[in-house]
Structures are given as structure tokens and as C-alpha cells.
Ligand binder design. Structure first.
Ligand code: GLU
Length: 466
């Protein structure tokens, strides 16, 4: 039974790198009909906040990454960690260490002066035939893990390949502080063990923790999971992804008008591939996903590609769904939905050209709001020549049957009568109806509105001085 987990630290929003880790862990579990566990690593009390927990839950919910178990909170598992530490003390795989901070500083200074790597020298580590220093009265010890001193820790990373670390490289890790609280690497180990995790899929910023975690797991007699360390995500410019690159929080993609399925499809391809396939559904992704096709090199973000995918999914999306989303955005903008033209009709006409839901919302706001074109646009398109053409088209519209083919025929007839070309009429009509020249085809644009509204808007434009 495959069991994966996503284990975010709730110190901020769910960023795009975390979302990809969550997606891969989720997809791996789904692919193998296993379980996906959500664990909140909130032991850093100073940096963890309930708002950040909520932001993570919101982000995962928006992406549709449902967990099967959890969320488990590390802060609620303290008794369990302490019990395991007690067991280890009894088994001799951990020991109390009374070295003071001042002694540690001195140790480090000495080692550095010698040109050695600073490390705990094991002075409180019990060894056969070794006499330990006298326990200082009233002092509370930290607890250290008794790391093996010889051999190597090795694992076949599912992304990076075989990794081997010599045990002589590692000193005895502190697993509990002097106040008794367990440390980060230790909690992860107990959790992965208790939660029966079979594949640990996480960012490669944790790759240095893995040998320590494996050693502790082995000391506990716990099964060692497989590890897959995902390379990091770089921004469009090849630099480490940061706030400066714009949206890094998943929910910001929602704000900016991306559909969750576009973000999922995009994230899926960020470091993973299935041949040349670029566009695929969540279901298809789950069916295809494996850990063998993850690139060990860093993945570079490509906003253009995300926009392209988003445009694709907007085109495919149901009009009512798009309309509901646009209405939500209108409320946030404190713009009233006048219903004329209806959001559904505008969305149906504009979805083929919109890259984001924000653009669709702009179109609705624009068409319903009847904005006036700029003087510059009027001067350019409402000329001596185009005015009479627009005026006679207006007359034709007063009686034409109100459907796209009839409106289109009236357009052509008007142009023919004036021996004019399409832009001479289409541009002023666009200005009249939308206040700008960038719109879908003009006959469809006209048909969005009622006849009365179109005549009124053309009259308004004709009545103004160019
Ligand atoms: N809490 C860690 C983080 O947010 C993840 C630890 C892990 O996946 O083992 O980076």
C-alpha cells in the first residue's frame, strides 16, 4: 500500500514549489490507489500561524488536492515524540548531553582553528569503558542521537539516483532540546514512521536531512521509506523563484484569473514529462504519473506557457461556470452586474480570446459599463468618411432581424453602398459599443446587446464631436 505525505511548515502561504510537491505526492498516491496524508509541521512556534495553516488548506482545496488522512499537527503529537525519545534513551540509541553553549563555542573555535569542520565531539556519548564527565547539578541536558560512527548511509533517490554519505561526516544530532521539546528532524522521522509513509516526496532542500533521518529510522527499527527529492523551481529569468517574480502563492493565481486545472496541468509539467504531452487532464496525469520521469535538474517557470494553458482551459470551460467566477470577481471589484448584456453571453463571446478570468471580467465590466472611447480613438476612427457610414448602418439596424447572419448581411450591404472597407464601419461600431477597438467579431458583438441598446450607443457616439 502506497502512502505519501505532504508536510508543509505553516509559516506563509502555499507557494508554487510547495504546491508542486503536494501535487506529485498526491498523484503518486492516487496512481497507486494509495493514501495521501497531510501533516502540518508546526513545531516552530515562533513562525507558525493559524492563518498560514488556513492558507495551505485553501491552496490545496483550490487545486483539488484532497488528502485521505490528516491534517496531523506536530504540536499535537508531542507526547508521542517524547515517548519515543524515552525509548531511545532506554535502548541506548540516544543519550543526554550536558555540554553548555559556551563549551560548544569553544569546541567550534578550536576545531576551526585546526582547520577541521565544526562538529560535536561526542564528549557525553557513552562508550564501553569510557568515563563520562560528572553530571552538572541542576542542569537540563539536550538529548543526542547516537549516530553510527562507521559505514555509510545510502539510498537510491528516486529522482537523484544513488546518494551515499559516510557516517564519519555526521555528528550526534540533537533530537530534544534542554526544555524537552523534540527537534525538527526527529519529529519528521517519528511521523513518517507512525504514518506508514512509503515514499517521501519533497523538495531537495531536505536532501541533507535524509541521511540523518535514515539513521534514526534504522535505530528505531522502523522501515526506511523511498525518497524522491524534487529539484527546485526557477523563475522565468532562471533565478531562484521569489516574490520578485510576481505570483508565488497559489491563491494569487486564483486572484490573477487562472483556472485550477490550468495550474495543475502547468505544475505537472514542471520537472515531469510524459513524452511530448503538454495538455492533459488531472485524471490523465494521475494515470501517467510516475517518479521515473522527473528531471533531476531545476525546472524553469514559464509564464507564457501557463497563460497558453489557461487560455486553453478557459476555451474549454462551461460558460455558466465561467460566468459564476466572473460574477464573484465583479463583487470583489464592487461592480454591479447589470445583466445587460448577460455575463453568460459576454463570456461565451470572449472566452476564445481571453488568457485569464481577469480579462473576461474586464470585458464584462467594459461592455456592461458602456465606457466612452478616448478622444484619440474617436479622432482616429470617427471621421468625415466613417460618420455617414455609421449613420446609415444605424438606420439598417433599426429594422434588421436581430440575429448574427442578418446583422452581418446589413453590415456588408452598408459597406457596399458606401464602397467602403470593413474597418471604416467596424471600428466606429466597436467604439460605440465597447469604447475600444479590441473586440471579437463585430456582428457577434452587436448581437450581444438588444437592438435598443445598440441604437442608443451608436447615437451617443454620433452625437459626440470627434
Ligand atoms: N516541513 C518541511 C517543509 O515545509 C517539509 C519536510 C518534509 O517534507 O520532510 O519544507
Amino acid at each position: 500500500m502506497v502512502r505519501t505525505r505532504f508536510a508543509p511548515s505553516p509559516t506563509g502561504f502555499l507557494h508554487i514549489g510547495g504546491a508542486r510537491t503536494a501535487l506529485f505526492s498526491w498523484a503518486f498516491a492516487r496512481h497507486h490507489k494509495g493514501q495521501f496524508v497531510l501533516r502540518i509541521e508546526d513545531t516552530d512556534l515562533a513562525r507558525s500561524t493559524p492563518e498560514a495553516v488556513q492558507a495551505i488548506l485553501d491552496g490545496m482545496n483550490w487545486l483539488g488536492l484532497a488528502h485521505d488522512e490528516g491534517p496531523f499537527y506536530q504540536t499535537q503529537r508531542m507526547d508521542r515524540y517524547k515517548a519515543v525519545i524515552q525509548q531511545m534513551l532506554e535502548a541506548g540509541t540516544a543519550y543526554p548531553c550536558y555540554t553548555t553553549p559556551a563549551e560548544l563555542d569553544a569546541m567550534r573555535a578550536e576545531q576551526t582553528a585546526r582547520g577541521d569542520k565544526p562538529r560535536y565531539d561526542g564528549r557525553w556519548r557513552p562508550e564501553q569503558g569510557k568515563t563520562l564527565p560528572p553530571v552538572p547539578v541542576g542542569a537540563s541536558p539536550v538529548i543526542r542521537f547516537r549516530n553510527p560512527t562507521d559505514g555509510v548511509v545510502a539510498w537510491d533517490d528516486l529522482v537523484k539516483g544513488r546518494i551515499e554519505i559516510s557516517n564519519t561526516e555526521m555528528d550526534d544530532l540533537i533530537i530534544a532540546r534542554a526544555d524537552g521539546t523534540p527537534t525538527y528532524n526527529f519529529c519528521v522521522v517519528v511521523d513518517d514512521w507512525d504514518m506508514g509513509i512509503t515514499q517521501v516526496i519533497r523538495g531537495d532542500d531536505h536532501v541533507n536531512n535524509t541521511p540523518r533521518q535514515i539513521n534514526i529510522l534504522k535505530a528505531l527499527g522502523a522501515p526506511v521509506p523511498e525518497y524522491a527529492h524534487l529539484s527546485m523551481i526557477l523563475g522565468d529569468d532562471g533565478q531562484k523563484l521569489s516574490k520578485r517574480h510576481g505570483a508565488v502563492s497559489v491563491m494569487q493565481y486564483d486572484d490573477e484569473g487562472y483556472l485550477p486545472e490550468a495550474v495543475i496541468n502547468y505544475l505537472a509539467r514542471l520537472g515531469w514529462s510524459h513524452g511530448d504531452d503538454e495538455v492533459f487532464s488531472r485524471e490523465q496525469f494521475v494515470e501517467w504519473f510516475d517518479l521515473n520521469h522527473i528531471t533531476p535538474s531545476a525546472a524553469q517557470f514559464n509564464t507564457q506557457k501557463l497563460n497558453w494553458l489557461n487560455a486553453h482551459y478557459i476555451k474549454q470551460a462551461d460558460n455558466n461556470r465561467l460566468a459564476a467566477d466572473v460574477r464573484r470577481r465583479l463583487v470583489l471589484r464592487q461592480v454591479q452586474d447589470s445583466g445587460s448584456p448577460t455575463v453568460e453571453a459576454i463570456v461565451a463571446l470572449y472566452k476564445d480570446r481571453a488568457q485569464t478570468l481577469v480579462e473576461l471580467t474586464d470585458a464584462v465590466e467594459q461592455l456592461q459599463g458602456h465606457p466612452q472611447p478616448s478622444d484619440e480613438l474617436k479622432a482616429q476612427h470617427l471621421t468625415e468618411t466613417s460618420r455617414p457610414i455609421l449613420a446609415s448602418f444605424r438606420s439598417a439596424l433599426a429594422t434588421v432581424a436581430w440575429d448574427i447572419p442578418s446583422i452581418s448581411a446589413a453590415l456588408k450591404a452598408t459597406l457596399a453602398a458606401h464602397a467602403a472597407k470593413m474597418p471604416a464601419l467596424a471600428m466606429p461600431v466597436r467604439l460605440a459599443l465597447a469604447g475600444q477597438t479590441q473586440t471579437p467579431s463585430v456582428d457577434a458583438l452587436i448581437a450581444l446587446f438588444s437592438r435598443e441598446e445598440v441604437l442608443k450607443r451608436i447615437d451617443t457616439l454620433l452625437g459626440t464631436v470627434a
